[in-house]
Design a protein around this ligand. Sequence first.
Ligand SMILES: *[C@@H]1O[C@H](CO)[C@@H](O)[C@H](O)[C@H]1NC(C)=O
Length: 443
Amino acid sequence: MTNFSTIYKLSLVAFSCFIQVYGSSCPVLECWFVQEKTGRGGGLTAATSQEKSLLHIQTEADGGSPEHRQQPPSDINPDRVYYITDPAATLCHASLDPPRGSVQKPQCELNPFLPQPSTLRWSAALTDSALSPIYLQADWFSAALQGLDGQLVLSSIMRAPTATKEPAVVLSVSSTTVSVQSRLGEPTLLDCGFWTDSSSPLSGSGFAVEWRYQFRGDGRLVLAYDGKTDRFAETQEEGAALDFQGLHERGNASLILREAKVRHSGTYICTVYLPYLLAQVAVDLEIVEPPSLSIFPSPLPLAVPGQVVKVQCEASGFAPLSLELSWEFTGADGKSKPLGSGSVTGHRQAWDGTFSQTTTLELDTAKLDLGRGGEVTCVAVHPGGTRRASVTLNVIGFSTPSIEDSMAMVGVALVLYGLIKLVSWTFISSGSDEADKQEKKEK
Ligand SMILES: *[C@@H]1O[C@H](CO)[C@@H](O)[C@H](O)[C@H]1NC(C)=O
């Protein structure tokens, strides 16, 4: 019995060791520590310095005691080695842990961060609350990370008691939809999740979420929600929403666009505010819609050899504006040949933001070896997919003879020959008859 309990205890110890070592196994992150150079300046762009740094991640505050910490590699300043506590384990995401020897590395940048009262009108209520300024008197950092293969973007705000190099995450915002493609009219989800340390004095007094849209210098507020007063800011955007329950229960601040439109293409920035803090991530949305093709005239009129046939192909309803139009001809033998791009017009934009473009092909039946005709195909290559449309071309009374034609000609020739023979034979024989008669008369 004692044996059994000893084994039991031992295995429990082994198991808890396993949990400590592997259960909270998080990558050690290589990171650039970037800060503005102090003492200089005066220029418009502040000079920055960057140093290699190392981030050890643990999910519990007392995860590793300082005595067990290894020496950092020689190229890293021991002052730039940080022991970060991230209870939400967002920094332990698999995409931040590249396979050994991988050429691709996750990106990481660590900056000093300065807590500041929010200047946004609609979230001003957040900073009303009385705060412990002592809590703010610490070393604050913000970390921005990007996982492998665009699987994750992450931004964390951390607080370390002054000069300890042991920051704890207070706020983190992340997205797993770094780059989204959507078809026109589809409902679209831009992921954004956040976590706040509930033990922080900053997290009890509410949060705010903001989604901003940015495209080529054009920006607008898509949606803003103040969690403290439970109010949405007025915006022009229609059909954009948050999952309310998810937002409050799980920190799910994902933006839901009811119906993707061309004007939605661009960068979206999800910002989460706590009093004095903010963290944000950016995700890209591209609306990709392949074209619809139509050919005029369809069907094509019959063509005679030597005639120039005009065919037009219109590609419409596509986005983005990146399209290659071309023509192909497939003969009766099933062989295809390219006919070039035809003459392509400039693009037009419709009310819904989609584009259209037309190409006209002049088919010279005399120059091209088109036989009796075949399929004329318009090909449109677009990031959303390749589309094709065809019409049938019939060439009649056609110049180079085929086998049937040759046979028919031989047939006709034979019949003609037969007729001539017959006629001449009747003529000659009747002629000789008359000659006979004349001879007889003369006698
Ligand atoms: C967040 O909410 C959206 C909309 O309800 C849902 O589709 C998505 O799966 C949620 N994300 C997470 C991580 O729970």
